[in-house]
Structure formats: C-alpha cells, structure tokens
Write a protein that binds this ligand. Structure first.
Ligand code: NAP
Length: 337
C-alpha cells in the first residue's frame, strides 16, 4: 500500500533536496508538500506533477495537524524552531484515532554545541570535543535538554516512543548546490563567498580556529531517504533517544574556509587579495546575522549512527572540492542581479 509522506520546506534548500530525492526514489508513495507561496507552488507542481501541494503556512496549526495525522511520515524541514507547527505535528502523529505510530524527521542545527563558548563570549578558538552520535548520546541529550531555547528539539525528544517515532538531525554546515526546485543555495559558505566578491576581501572571527563539521547537501538528502526507507520498514532501534543523527563527512576551520574562498576567487581572477582579516564577534554579527555563532563557535561531530545502522555512505565532493564551484556560482549570481 502506498505510504503517505508530508514534507515542509519544499521550496527551501534542505527541504528541496529532500523533495527531489524522495520524489525520485519513492514514486510509488504519496508525497504532499506544504508550500505557502502560490508561484513557488506552481513551479514545484510543474516539475513534480505527482506531488500534492498543500498550500498554506506553518502558522496554520490545524492544517498542519490534519496533514500530520493523515501521514505515515512527516519531514519537518522548513524550520528548526517553529514551535506551533512542531506542536501540531506532534498532535497529529500521536492522535488517538491513528492505527499505527507516526514517524517524524526534524531538521535541527548544530549551533547548540557552541553554547559554552557563547556563554563565555569566546569565539574563533578551537575546542577538543567531538560529539559522536553513538558514543556520546547521553552528552548530546544533556546538551539539548539543558537548553530551554531548544524548544523544538526538546519537543521532539519528549514524544512517547510508542506513538511517535522521531529522528532529530542537527545539521552542521551544509554545502553544495542542492537539487531543490526553488532554493538550491546554502547560507554560511555562499554568504562568505558573496562578501568576498563584493568587497574584494574576507574576514574570520578572531583567530579563525573554530571548526564546524560539514556535510554535502546530496549526502544529507540521501540520509533522509534512508530514514524514510527505515520508517516504511518499521526498523527498530533508530528513533527517539536512539534517533539523533549528526550528519558529517568532514570538517574545516572557518579561517581555512575563508582562505580557500579567497584563493578560489583569486584563481578565477575575480578579486586580487588573499588576505583574511580577523574581526571581533560584534563586527561579524553586523556583517552576517548570527555570524559570531555561525562562523566562530565549534560543532565537531562524528556521524557513526547513520553509517552503522543505515549503511549511509556519504560520497559528495568535500567542502574543499566544492569551494571553487561555490565561488563561481556566487559570481554568476552577482552578475545576474
Ligand atoms: N542551510 C544550512 O546550512 C542549515 C544547516 C542546519 C540547519 N539549517 C536549518 O534548516 C532549516 C531549513 O534551512 P534551509 O537552508 O532549507 O532554509 P531555506 O532555504 O530558507 O528554506 C526554508 C523553507 O521553509 C519554508 N518556510 C519558512 N517559513 C515558513 C512558513 N511560515 N510557512 C511555510 N513555509 C515556511 C520556506 O518557504 P518560502 O520559500 O516560502 O520562504 C522554505 O521552503 C532552517 O531552520 C535552517 O536554520 C540549515
């Protein structure tokens, strides 16, 4: 029997990749996507005639609850922190009239791992701790549960596992051109490249030694499809407190990222200087919203669970391999503006 999948964020970078990979690999199942914008909905329908568009907003709790109630699996990829839609998903998936548990895959963000640095106002320095999503589950749960600002993550973890099976995905730095039909561009890397091309120079937070792990968007999309497959097969041992996945396939300091972006831009004769300027966190926040956190804290992750339990084999180009193309794409984008 065809399963029902409900997805939010289809016009976005992360959700768009999930839409592409799910539509391609699970065509026998029914995919419904929440899209709030009429023009984007029409564009998605044209490319994916078999996908049902649910036109609406995350703020429409009764709509979200109804769609979640009707779904076997929900991918909530529009937002890491939209509270009311997450509550509506929880209510729909755990509804008393359901015949079987619902599955909920939730995107989250890895900035939670930098909380001690944020509290200490320490940015741009490397830390030793690597969070392994198999070995360090207790510590990771503690990071989430001790952080009341992580409302959605905590809601996900508070679900009764007999009724709702959850997978929480704290995304690290995601890079690469996505297959999404509307937005195929990430944030951290492309925004640095844009700044470099517009200003002929680039910055880093403090010493630039802070490190985030990273994952290629195609590999993240592949992880979503493996989770969907596992949900449809009702695989055990992968959900709720055993279902926190820290996807990564490499890491790089933000100083090195800035240096490699400048080198690529100089190689492509787009700018002439390879010098990276060290800036204070406040100044970086003026350039990029939350820049001090996004470019100055550490999120060193080890993705053991997906490799071990889902046979996930990330194979996308590394961030270093991707940077020249990213710079080229940003240059094209700026030309078209
Ligand atoms: N990109 C990364 O590197 C990264 C890493 C980790 C976590 N994340 C998090 O993952 C989430 C998605 O990221 P993204 O890069 O895919 O962002 P994005 O490209 O901006 O996509 C956001 C998506 O959510 C939709 N959306 C937002 N608010 C909505 C609302 N009120 N009603 C209906 N739809 C709504 C957007 O629709 P419209 O097209 O109509 O705006 C779009 O489809 C964000 O919370 C982000 O912080 C991203």
């Amino acid at each position: 029997m065809a399963a029902k999948v409900f997805l939010t964020g289809a016009s976005g970078y992360v959700g768009g990749e999930a839409l592409y990979q799910i539509a391609k690999n699970f065509s026998q199942h029914q995919l419904k996507c929440l899209v709030r914008d009429g023009q984007k909905a029409a564009a998605i329908s044209k490319l994916y005639p078999n996908v049902e568009i649910v036109q609406g907003d995350l703020d429409d709790s009764s709509l979200i609850e109804q769609k979640a109630r009707d779904a076997d699996v929900v991918f909530h990829l529009a937002s890491t922190k939209h509270e009311s839609s997450s509550k509506a998903i929880a209510a729909g998936l755990s509804h008393a009239n359901r015949k079987s548990p619902g599955y909920w895959v939730q995107i989250s963000g890895a900035s939670m791992f930098g909380t001690p640095e944020i509290k200490a106002n320490r940015y741009g320095e490397s830390t030793d701790k690597v969070f392994d999503d198999v070995k360090d589950v207790k510590e990771i749960l503690e990071v989430i549960k001790s952080n009341p600002a992580r409302v959605v993550d905590n809601l996900v973890l508070s679900q009764d596992s007999a009724k709702v099976k959850t997978a929480l995905i704290p995304g690290p730095m995601i890079y690469g051109k996505g297959h999404g039909p509307i937005n195929s561009r990430s944030i951290q890397g492309p925004e640095l490249a844009r700044y470099a091309l517009e200003n002929g120079r680039l910055y880093m937070v403090g010493k630039g030694e802070a490190v985030w792990s990273n994952v290629h968007i195609h590999d993240l999309g592949n992880l979503f499809t493996l989770l969907l497959e596992a949900a449809l097969e009702k695989k055990e041992g992968l959900w709720n407190e055993e279902g926190i996945f820290l996807p990564e396939n490499g890491s790089m300091s933000f100083g090195d990222i800035s240096r490699q972006i400048l080198k690529a831009a100089v190689d492509q004769k787009l700018i002439s200087s390879e010098e990276v300027e060290s800036l204070q966190p406040d100044k970086v926040n003026q350039i990029m919203p939350h820049g001090a956190v996004l470019l100055g804290t550490n999120a060193k992750l080890k993705s053991s669970r997906a490799r071990r339990d889902l046979d996930w084999k990330p194979s996308g180009p590394s961030l270093a391999e991707d940077i020249p193309g990213m710079v080229q794409d940003e240059a094209e984008r700026l030309k078209q503006r």
